[in-house]
Structures are given as structure tokens and as C-alpha cells.
Design a protein around this ligand. Structure first.
Ligand code: PA5
Length: 428
């Protein structure tokens, strides 16, 4: 596998015997989820996505990307929540940090993931005069943020003549049959892809929701799916050695012991998007009925100089999950052995310093009372990220079910929407 998990930093806090007692229950939970997925139960389609994605769909995604990328200079992806987070995670992880695009591919920007006017006005300036393809992702079609920003952008781009093939420069990814976006796409003649009915937003990165915009950005969908396939093959096994099962169980056992916050500490800023995807997956899947760990994140080593203080000495109600990518970029430091201050770093690389810092963190934080899960991605590739998606999706389904909540609904996000609609309609 491309993901390595170590739970040694948890065992000072959860006895191995306790894990051993819980693992058969966790395995039953996973086996039951698999049975329900096989029988086509609502919300469980993600467990079988890599093998159930048809060759026809992949070919259609690839040909759409090829066709649009021949002409588009910019792709704007409009969506929020599960219709945004996975695409951003992959893009930020794989795209060189200072580039807006991969060589020969269009620049990619996000919109409608918030309602900031300054951001959207600046985006309008940024893409002025360019040929634009617009991708709108909304399973329901009724989500306010992407709906209003899409309408605004479409209107602006139409007037500016930026949609180089008219409505065929627009790709709508939404419910296969119903909803206002599906109707609008039919009426106006956009290209369309379907979000499978049995896959919820935060589990949908490996459907057209993520695959289409990522293909337009230059990331091959087949490579993501290949990694996810290998991942699901490993992590679907209801066996004690399955690291996704162990992680799901251990975070639940930690929660029961009062560790009610989980910090995903990612190794560098290219994983910040992944941390956002992770927070959505865990926060929306578990946080209900007055329960669950609060998922939060830190970016290392930056946040060792901010949250690091709390992690080391603050309230002991949190545990840490390190998520780091192993890389072989050799950036050799220029220090000479006789350098009075830095001589001990002579001949070492930036990575050596980073690894030593991580090892220092693992020791200091566990000694300071923070249970620690250590996850390493072996490479920076679409396959590795595909596997990571499988790992965390299986883990959240297991831990949420152990906790006694339904991982696949999100009743709580409706409350503010109801208020917002009433306020905008002038009912209050
Ligand atoms: O995970 C979820 O279900 C949500 O976060 C949705 O993805 C999000 O609310 C966006 O919904 P939609 O795709 O319907 O616009």
C-alpha cells in the first residue's frame, strides 16, 4: 500500500488488550456496511466506486476534458462542501504550489465555496479576456452559495463573450434526473454529468464531482481510481490488521476516554486542502446527536509555532493524527562542519531536518499526554491520494457507526439554511 499507519503513539493511552477487545465489533460493523453496500443501500455507493465506474463514463470524462482543454485558458469550478473539498484537496496536493495550472492545461480557480464579494470580483478581474470553461457542481442544485455565484458568473461570462463555445463551455454535475440545475442544463444545453444517487457529497470525490474538474485541470481520473481501488481492496477487509478499521476503532475508544478533539496535523501546506476535506468528512458524518470528536487541523511545521503550545500543554482532551507525505526531493543545506552555530547540519537536507522535527513532535506530544496516530503517504501521486480517500472514508463509516450515529446524513446543516431563506424572502 501507499499509506503506512503506526498506532504506537496511541497505545500508552488505549491498552492493546482494549483495542483487541473492540476490533471484532468494529469488523462486524464494517462487514455489515459492505453487505448493505452490496444490496445497493442509499448512501453506501462510495464503497464500490472504483470498480463500478464504467469505462464509458471514464472515456466521456476524458474526451470532455480533452475537448475543452484544447481551447479553455481558465476553468472555474463552482461548488461547496462535498462538491468542492475533494477537488481542492487533490489539486493543492499535486499542483506545484506556485502554479495556477499544470503545463499545457488551463488554470483552475474555485468559486461559490463562500459568498465573499471581494474574492469573486477579483476572480472576475483575474480571468478577464480569457477563454473560460465553467464547471458547476451541485448534487441538489439548490445550494445557495454555488447557485447564486454560478448565475452571476454565467451572466458575466456570457456578456463578456468568454464562454468560447456558449453553453457547451459549461459543465453541470448534478442529480441524474431531478433538480433545478438539471432542468437548467437541459434547457440551456450545457454538458452534464451525473452524481450517483447512492453517494453523498462528502464521499463523492471519486465520482464526476471530483473526476471531471480534476481531469480538466490535468489530473488523470484513472490514476486516482486505481489508487482508490487498491485502497478499498485493503481497507474493506473486516480483519484485525486492517489499518482503517483500527484507526476508526481507536478514535472511537479515545473519544470514550475523553479525548474529544482530533487534530489532523498535516506535514506541509500542500496538504491543507486535504485537511479541509478531512474535516468535512468527519465533522459532517459524525457530529450529530450531541456526540463525536471535533475534527480540527494544523499545518506543520508552521503551527508548531502557534497551536504547538496548546498541543503540548493545553487541556488534555485532544489527540493528534499526523498525515505526512514522504518525498525524495534532496535539498541539501549549505552549512560547513566548522560553522559555529549550524555545523551539526553539515551535509544534511531540508527533509532530514523535517523528519527530525517530526520525530521530536511525536516524542514531545506523546510525553505531554497527547495520543498520536502516525500516517505516512509513501509518495506524492494521484494513486496515493486515491488510497488515502479510501482509508478515511472507511474509517469514518466505522467510527460513526460505533458511536451510534448515521454517517450518511447531515440534518444539522439545514437549520441555518432555513433561517437564511426566510430572511432573504423578508419573512422576518
Ligand atoms: O457532504 C454533503 O452532503 C454536503 O457537504 C454537500 O456536498 C454540500 O452541502 C453541497 O451540496 P450540493 O452538492 O447539493 O450543492
Amino acid at each position: 500500500g501507499r499509506l503506512r499507519a503506526s498506532f504506537a503513539g496511541v497505545h500508552p493511552f488505549v491498552a492493546e488488550s482494549e483495542e483487541a477487545r473492540g476490533i471484532s465489533r468494529a469488523a462486524e460493523v464494517l462487514a455489515d456496511l459492505l453487505r448493505r453496500a452490496e444490496s445497493g443501500e442509499e448512501g453506501l455507493g462510495w464503497l464500490r466506486l472504483p470498480e463500478e465506474t464504467s469505462e464509458d463514463l471514464l472515456a466521456e470524462i476524458e474526451s470532455t476534458a480533452e475537448e475543452l482543454c484544447r481551447e479553455a485558458e481558465v476553468v472555474v469550478v463552482v461548488g461547496i462542501g462535498g462538491s468542492y473539498a475533494g477537488t481542492r484537496a487533490v489539486l493543492e496536493f499535486l499542483r506545484p504550489p506556485f502554479a495556477a495550472s499544470f503545463p499545457g492545461c488551463p488554470e483552475v480557480y474555485f468559486a461559490g465555496h463562500h459568498l465573499g464579494s471581494f474574492y469573486h470580483a477579483s476572480l472576475r478581474e483575474r480571468i478577464a479576456g480569457k477563454r473560460v470553461a465553467l464547471v458547476v457542481v451541485s448534487k441538489s442544485g439548490t445550494t445557495l452559495e454555488p447557485a447564486v455565484v454560478f448565475a452571476w458568473l454565467e451572466d458575466h461570462l456570457e456578456r463578456a463573450g468568454a464562454l468560447f463555445r456558449g453553453p457547451r463551455s459549461i459543465v453541470a454535475i448534478t442529480d441524474p434526473e431531478a433538480g433545478v440545475l438539471r432542468e437548467r442544463a437541459k434547457r440551456k444545453g450545457y454538458r452534464t454529468f451525473a452524481v450517483p444517487k447512492d453517494v453523498g457529497g462528502r464521499f463523492s470525490v471519486l465520482t464526476p464531482v471530483g473526476l471531471v474538474p480534476l481531469a480538466l485541470a490535468g489530473i488523470p481520473p484513472r490514476r486516482l481510481l486505481a489508487g482508490a481501488y487498491e485502497g478499498f481492496t485493503r481497507y474493506r477487509k473486516p480483519e484485525a490488521e486492517n489499518p482503517a478499521l483500527r484507526y476508526g476503532l481507536l478514535r472511537y475508544l479515545l473519544y470514550l476516554k475523553g479525548y474529544v478533539v482530533e487534530v489532523l496535523a498535516v506535514g506541509d501546506p500542500t496538504l491543507e486542502g486535504f485537511a479541509e476535506w478531512w474535516k468535512q468528512l468527519f465533522g459532517e458524518s459524525e457530529g450529530k446527536d450531541g456526540r463525536a470528536l471535533y475534527p480540527t487541523s494544523a499545518v506543520y511545521t508552521r503551527d508548531l509555532h502557534s497551536l504547538g503550545q496548546y498541543l503540548q500543554e493545553g487541556r488534555r482532551h485532544l489527540f493528534e493524527t499526523l498525515f505526512v507525505v514522504e518525498e525524495d526531493e534532496r535539498l541539501v543545506l549549505p552549512f560547513a562542519p566548522e560553522d559555529p552555530h549550524w555545523g551539526y547540519l553539515a551535509g544534511r537536507t531540508l527533509r532530514d531536518v523535517f523528519e527530525a522535527t517530526l520525530a521530536g513532535v511525536v516524542r514531545a506530544h506523546t510525553e505531554g499526554g497527547v495520543p498520536l496516530v502516525d500516517l505516512r503517504l509513501r509518495e506524492r501521486s494521484p494513486e496515493a491520494l486515491g488510497e488515502a480517500f479510501a482509508f478515511f472514508q472507511v474509517a469514518v463509516a466505522v467510527s460513526a457507526t460505533l458511536l451510534g450515529v448515521n454517517p450518511f446524513d447531515q440534518p444539522g446543516v439545514e437549520a441555518y439554511k432555513r433561517h437564511t431563506r426566510r430572511l432573504l424572502r423578508g419573512a422576518e
